[in-house]
Each structure stands twice: as structure tokens, then as C-alpha cells.
Design a protein around this ligand. Sequence first.
Ligand code: FAD
Length: 475
Amino acid sequence: MTSPAIYWLRQDLRLTDNAALTAAGAQGPVIFLYVLDDETPGAWRSGGAGRWWLHHSLSSLRGRVPLVLRRGPADREIAALLAETGAASVHFARDYAPWAGALERNVKAACEAAGASCHRYGGFLLHEPEAIRNGSGEPYRVYTPFSKACFAAGEPKPLKPVPRFTAFTGAVKSDRLEDWGLLPNKPDWAKTFPDLWTPGEDGAAARLKDFIRTGLADYADERDRPDRDVTSRLSPHLHFGEISPAQAWHAVRRAQLAAGGKLDKTAEKFLKEVLWREFSYHLLHHWPSLPAEPFRREFRGFPWRDDPAGLKAWQRGQTGYPIVDAGMRELWATGIMHNRVRMIAASFLIKDLLIPWQEGERWFWDTLVDADIGNNAASWQWVAGCGADAAPYFRIFNPVLQGMKFDPQGAYVRKWVPELARLPDEFIHRPWEAPRLVLAAADVELGRNYPNPIVDHGKARDAALAAFQELKGAA
Ligand code: FAD
């Protein structure tokens, strides 16, 4: 009888376009193993919203294949499973998190000790980080030449169909998904998530199809508008590997070709955004301290403030700046926030409140369904001005002007900050400037049913620039 092959699932919760599964299936009956690993040294325990997603994604996958669920350090669990089943090989896709390399080496050692072969395949990127280098053989630090190098490297490989495999049917101990406690207890803050999300491979495929049908045409022109629904919302599906970036890439290319040139600009824009994801991981791979420390060392001495009350107001969407509050409330209610509003809200925390970007990174890590170690760290550093190819520090988003530009009729604010819904467009992004009669007619009483601004943006901006000067002086 052929020995079984272990396929260790990580951020690749799908069957299509899956090199590790294809190879495992060719070796023998496949044991589908998922390990909930909160114990590997240095690993970031996934946050609340990510755990909600994981539960549903695994639940969807187990409807298609039998899953063996284990909890603990992944290398320990793999060693145990090898001993229990006599599996002859282990197959997995690479991860790029700072702690993943050591873990993968331990898995290899466990395989060697058990006399099993160990096979690692490309991970959840289009290009392995080692493959994209500049003319001097160094990793890129700037996005534009990086993205050009990615385009020059050619189209992603053709997709792999769902492979032929036989699932292993012998008795193997498995935890019960329901016992892992991934879903929120009381209060159930995720109760509205299912209205918006369908975790799992089928949900991802449907989302991609829907985006191409309804969002792609307007993507280039409207992707910065939080009041429009044109972006793909593929980020959590990509994070959990329910869809590969190559699947998204090829589908958009097919749509572009079919449209005979009409979608060229918008398709390129979308692919460039997918390459921001690549760039984040490229940075993370080459600079593994990215989630914790500023890429630009001079920012280590930045005079941050300790402001628990400001942090709480930001987290709860009670800053008095409507576009910031709308974003933070959207995040809490849906597990996602529009990219433009992420930038505005992050800038507010870092530059108006002078709270360290790592505090915002942690909050997003816990509340985003797409919380992702590479994208989150790189994006926070980008906004903070301390990242590799970051917005300059002195580019401070004005939350009123940003609101007026990207949510001109205030539809996004009205949806998430209903207490302001009846304000006229003119004042929706700056209620404190509305005449008393206008506020009264809209049933808004600042300080009672909506806060006064917790800081004056003009003064906060000056303070941020002064802090930046102090940093430069100290350098
Ligand atoms: P689309 O516009 O449809 O883009 C398609 C895909 O490209 C996305 O799904 C995503 O994988 C990738 N992408 C798009 N924009 C970016 C970007 N700026 N950086 C990296 N990849 C991008 N994204 C995450 O996936 N996880 C995070 O934890 C995360 N944290 C962020 C924190 C801050 C402060 C900011 C400013 C941005 C963050 N982003 C993060 C990036 C971006 O906001 C999301 O990827 C995007 O909003 C997801 O929506 P979408 O799938 O509709 O994107």
C-alpha cells in the first residue's frame, strides 16, 4: 500500500492552482493538515477578525476534503503526525513571515528524523522575493522600479487545475474546529460579517467574478472613492490563499483581452495594486523587522506621545473628524476599511495624535479580516513616512479636504456616522463649522451626540512638523 503524503495547509486554503497539493496528490493518499499555531516563537497570533475568517474558511474547505486539525507549534504537530501515520512525505507552500524560515527548517529536520521527504513550494506571491533584484543584485527599496521589474519578468505561470488526489481515509486524530474558539464570544462583534463575506474558495471565485463584472471598468477612476463600491475586496481571500494572486491576475488579463483595449488602463491599475502586495512581502522578506521597527532608522528617536484617551477615541470612531470616524466604524462593523480611508485614519493617528504607528498596526491586526503581516506593516510605515518607499513625513492628510475630495456628497460618512446623516453636504466633513441653526435642523449637538474634534488639525499639523524637525535635528 502506498504511504500517505501530508499536505500542510497554511495561507493556501484552496484546491485550485496549488503546487503543494498537486505534488502531494501524486505521491500518495493525501492527509490534509491544518495547524493552529499560536506557539511558534516570534509568531504573531492572528487577531480576532482573522480568526473569524479562518474558522469559516476551514469550515468551507472541510466540506470538500477531510481536514486533520491540530493545535500547537507546527513542527511538533507535523513530527507527531509523521510518527502516527507513517507518511512518507510532507508538502507545503512557503511563508514569508519573519518566523517562518526557522519553522520551515524545523519541519525539514522533523521529516529527516522520521525518514520522510520534505518539499517546499512557492508561496502566495507571483514572484519569489529572491527573483526580483535591481541591476546591482540588491533588493528594491522603491516601488516603481520594483513593479517594472515584475512586469518585465513576464506573466505569471499558467494556472494549475484542481489536481487528482485521493484523500487519506485512515483514522487520524483531529481537533474539532468548533472547539478552537475562533469565533467571538459575547458580544458577537462579527454578527454582521456574514452579510458581506463568504470565506472559502467558492466565495473567493464569486468575488473575483463579481468584481470583473461590476467593478473593474471603473476601478482606475473610482478606486479612491469610499462612497463607490468598485474595488475587488479580494484582500482577505488573497490573505488566506483562497485564491492565488495568479488567478486574479489571469482573470483580469482575460477580461482586458476580451474588451479589446477598452479596459487597458483600469486593468493595469489593478495589477499594479496587486504588485503593492508583492512589494510589501519583498520588503518583509529582506527586512524582517518591518512589523516592529521603522525601516528608516532615524525614526527610532521620534518623540511619540502616550495618549490612551486619543487612541481609544480613534479606535471607537469618536475623534470628531467624520471621515476618520466613518472609517474606524466601518472597520469595526465589517472587518474592512476602504484603502483611501485607511490612509486618512492612519495619518490622523500618527500625525494628528502623534501616537506610534505600531499602535495602529496592532489595532488593524486585530480588527481587519484581511490583517496581513506584510501588507499591514508596509502600509503603516508608508503612511508614517518611515518606510522604504514611503510618503514623506511632512505629507499630512487633511481629514476635511480628503473627505470633501473623495466623499464629496458625504454618502460614506452618512452611512457609518448616522448621527450626522442630516447635515448638508457643505458641512458633512466639518460639522464644527456649521452654524448653530444648521446643526439644530440636522439634530446634531456637538459634544452630546457627536464629539467636537479631539484636536485642532491645523495645530496638530504644526506640532507634527515640529516633532519631525526635532527628529531631524537629533539625527
Ligand atoms: P483592491 O483595490 O481591489 O486591490 C486588489 C488587491 O491588491 C488587494 O486585495 C490587495 O491584496 C492588493 N493591494 C491593494 N492595495 C494595496 C496596498 N496599498 N498595499 C498592499 N496591497 C494592496 N492590505 C491587506 O491586505 N492587509 C492589511 O493588513 C492591510 N493593512 C493596511 C493598513 C494601512 C494603514 C493601509 C493604508 C493599507 C493597508 N492595506 C492592507 C492595503 C489596502 O488598504 C488593502 O489591501 C485594500 O484596501 C484591500 O481592498 P481590496 O481587496 O478591495 O483592494
